[in-house]
Design a protein around this ligand. Structure first.
Ligand SMILES: *Cc1c(COP(=O)(O)O)cnc(C)c1O
Length: 245
């Protein structure tokens, strides 16, 4: 199957999982994970109206950004494209992506959040961010423990006016059977619900729960994901890994 067919297939699976959780397909955002993929592969995805793109490294993000924006311009879809930054973000890279990323999924500590706030202020905007949860407490992955997410959210909310806290992102252990990830997704959703009660009233729209990848996105949706980050199911297996997520 080609990229177009793969996207149609992923969308059908998203719709089915959404309906199992009492929601509609439109309630779930598909982030098309484009790391390691060529600009022409990404252009194929754009032609299937996959407008939410996800990159996990600042350098690669910047390398592709201009080309993709040009293609989007030619296709008259530039306004539809949304750039998601989904990987570990070093503080010294924030300045390069701050005016390009529509949503940063990977805030994993106050210091990074502070840098994002300062750079956003400097470019006269607010930054949309998610707090990244390391749901399985794995040492090789970044993200905060679920139990620490409330405190970090509070600190960000009270001290960083140029950040819009839009929700949570969760990474979970790579398990053989996606059913084994269900408990982690459920815990992330529970934390999300608690924080959503606290922040949604502030008018910021604490409405994104980003969880689920190729292997487990259907289970994640059943447990409440509003965004899934899918690469391999769209573009085929990656020939190399850029990060062990
Ligand atoms: C690579 C990556 C994904 C997508 O993984 P697939 O298994 O290709 O769907 C999702 N989230 C993050 C943070 C990633 O780095």
């Amino acid at each position: 199957m080609g990229i177009k067919e793969n996207i149609a297939d992923v969308r059908a699976r998203i719709a089915a999982a959404a309906s199992r959780s009492g929601r509609r397909a439109e309630d779930i955002t598909l982030v098309c994970v484009t790391k390691t993929r060529t600009v022409s592969e990404i252009a194929e995805a754009l032609k299937s109206d996959a407008f939410e793109l996800g990159e996990n490294r600042a350098q690669e993000f910047l390398d592709k950004y201009g080309n993709i924006q040009d293609i989007a311009e030619e296709l008259s879809i530039k306004r539809n494209i949304k750039w998601n930054f989904i990987g570990h973000l070093q503080r010294n890279k924030v300045k390069y992506i701050i005016d390009k990323a529509d949503l940063i999924h990977s805030v994993d500590g106050f210091k990074l959040a502070e840098e994002i706030d300062a750079r956003a202020a400097g470019s006269g905007r607010s930054a949309n961010v998610l707090i990244q949860l390391n749901a399985g407490g794995e040492t090789q992955k970044s993200g905060v423990a679920i139990s620490e997410s409330g405190a970090l959210a509070k600190e960000i909310g009270s001290r960083l006016p140029h950040i819009k806290l839009r929700g949570l992102m969760a990474v979970v252990p790579a398990v053989g059977d996606p059913e084994e990830a269900r408990g982690y997704f459920r815990e992330a959703k529970r934390a999300f619900d608690v924080l959503a009660k606290r922040y949604d009233g502030a008018g910021e729209g604490f409405d994104h729960l980003s969880m689920g990848m190729t292997h487990d996105f259907e289970v994640a949706i059943e447990e409440g994901a509003t965004m899934v980050r899918v690469g391999a199911a769209i573009f085929g297996p990656r020939s190399y890994e850029t990060e062990d997520v």
